[in-house]
Design a binder for this molecule. Structure first.
Ligand code: UDX
Ligand code: ADP
Length: 458
């Protein structure tokens, strides 16, 4: 069977996998291939045990796989046979050299551009999907056209706005799709090809277009604004704890102002995830590069407050549990950076677990989807850490429970049973404010939410 278009995606990760699965599922007339350098990852995409957990993903992968959706390690053939190439390789924060700890590490991305140049035999549209610093599309175009082999590459920026845990819903019904292109006739033609792909299931007015740099910058700014809301409410949570106010009541009152809106105002132990910190630091690096010190400092403050919130959480635990955590068993409820995902990248739980070990506590970790990743994150940490799937078993014999992830299952547990099995006095630190604090207090727990006065029996 011949297909209308051959689409390739390089990078079978959290972005590439679900995005391509959705395109294939919605557009049976296109052939979609996803390639990766990691053969194990590709084998998982081809198995019944997908490499990432995402509600609804398995169904759409199973519906399209083998028909018009293929996962492969054949990067060279993939490049040769496609007209459109999405690039969604990883772009972590640099850990070495200039810009270490701030700028994006572009080595995977650079290598991909060179591979595309080497194996291409015909004109291609290249779609930049990874989060990248502003002006990367231009650099990509420069690498691609430097071979002077008569092949045309049109580079588009198409940032991904999906959130993990709701990726399928976000892909199916996005608030907007953004496509940045050069404003030349060829650039606009390439842009229209991508608009046509998305138009198969997304209303035309939700597909917005811009110049390339606005598009690249919008991704960083959208994440910076979202993270800023969380750091803003988290900073107020510190004040509420001192001032006997309730941060949820404050957030509710503030969020009902329609100019502010009520989303992303849940105070927490801190935000995590692969994007927020990385994108803000990218933005900060960009501002410093242009000598905009005040602007850089302003956005850096969002990350600073997040670090402060995580440290504050640990110091509160220490202070409340009589200034020593040594030898106490502490159970972390959840390790993923948010619910409905097994992803633990930048999860506040990593920080909290490490700090607890520094305080010589004995740590027990439970999570319905993230235990494997938790083990990898903490493998180099010397200390007593146990990984237990069942939350009842995990919390038995512990002095405290710290809620790290807002998994819905935690709110429905039998806390009377849990209380009976714990060491006394028993403490709960609710880093996500998802539990019924009054009820827990009545059971006998000493309860410490975020941004509200603690409920104690002494
Ligand atoms: C984010 C953006 O939402 C998405 O548009 C972008 O494409 C990628 O980055 P993601 O990191 O998957 O998505 O998760 P998100 O839902 O934004 O949550 C990020 C972190 O903030 C999580 O740790 C979450 O628990 C925390 N959070 C979120 C809060 O602490 N309070 C809130 O009110 C909302
Ligand atoms: P994201 O969250 O941005 O999707 P991931 O780390 O989940 O990031 O996925 C990126 C994927 O890109 C990884 O599976 C990695 O193996 C893959 N990758 C990195 N460099 C290359 C490359 N040169 N060719 C193909 N795949 C690559």
């Amino acid at each position: 069977m011949s297909f209308e278009k051959n689409i390739l995606c390089i990078g079978a990760g959290y972005v590439g996998g679900p995005t391509m699965a959705m395109i294939a599922y919605k557009c049976p007339q296109y052939r979609v291939t996803v390639v990766d350098i990691d053969p194990e990852r590709i084998a998982q995409w081809n198995s019944d045990d997908l490499p990432i957990y995402e509600p609804g993903l398995e169904e759409i992968v199973k519906a399209a796989r083998g028909k018009n959706l293929f996962f492969s390690t054949e990067i060279e053939a993939g490049i040769r046979e496609s007209e459109i190439i999405f690039v969604s390789v990883n772009t972590p924060t640099k850990t070495f050299g200039a810009g270490a700890g701030m700028a994006a590490d572009l080595q995977y991305w650079d290598k991909t551009a060179r591979q595309i140049r080497k194996y291409s035999k015909s004109n291609k549209i290249i779609v930049e999907k990874s989060t990248l610093p502003v002006k990367t599309a231009q650099a990509m175009e420069r690498i691609l056209t430097s071979a002077d082999n008569g092949i045309r590459f049109d580079v588009l920026s198409n940032p991904e706005f999906l959130a993990e845990g709701t990726a399928i819903k976000d892909l199916q019904d996005p608030d907007r799709v953004l496509i940045g292109s050069t404003q030349t006739p060829n650039g606009l033609k390439a842009r229209d090809v991508l608009v046509e792909i998305y138009s198969n299931w997304i209303r035309r007015e939700r597909i917005i277009t811009s110049n390339i740099w606005s598009s690249e910058l919008s991704k960083l700014v959208a994440n910076a604004f979202l993270a800023q809301r969380i750091s803003s409410i988290n900073s107020i949570s510190a004040l509420c704890e001192k001032a006997d106010a309730d941060v949820e009541e404050v957030a509710r009152a503030v969020g009902m102002d329609s100019r502010v809106g009520n989303k992303f105002l849940n105070a927490s132990v801190g935000f995590g995830g692969s994007c927020f910190k990385k994108d803000i630091l990218n933005l900060v690096y960009l501002c410093r590069h242009y000598d905009l010190k005040e602007v850089a400092d302003y956005w850096e403050g969002v990350v600073r407050i997040n670090d402060y919130q995580k440290e504050r959480f640990i110091l509160n635990m220490l202070n409340i549990m009589f200034n020593t955590l040594a030898n106490k068993r502490i159970c972390l409820f959840g390790f993923a950076f948010k619910s409905d995902t097994g992803d633990t990248r930048e999860s506040p739980a990593i920080f909290v677990a490490k700090r607890l070990i520094e305080e010589k506590a004995r740590v027990v970790i439970t999570d319905p989807k993230a235990l494997k990743n938790a083990m990898k994150d903490l493998e180099s940490i010397a200390g007593e850490i146990a990984y237990v799937e069942d939350p009842y078993e995990a919390s038995a014999g512990c002095s405290a429970i710290a809620v790290m992830t807002e998994w819905a299952i935690y709110a429905d547990l039998d806390f009377k049973k849990i209380y009976r099995s714990m060491d006394k006095p028993a403490f709960i630190f609710d880093g996500r404010n998802i539990l019924d604090h009054k009820k827990l207090f009545e059971i006998g727990f000493n309860v410490f939410p975020i941004g509200k006065p603690g409920l104690t029996h002494f």
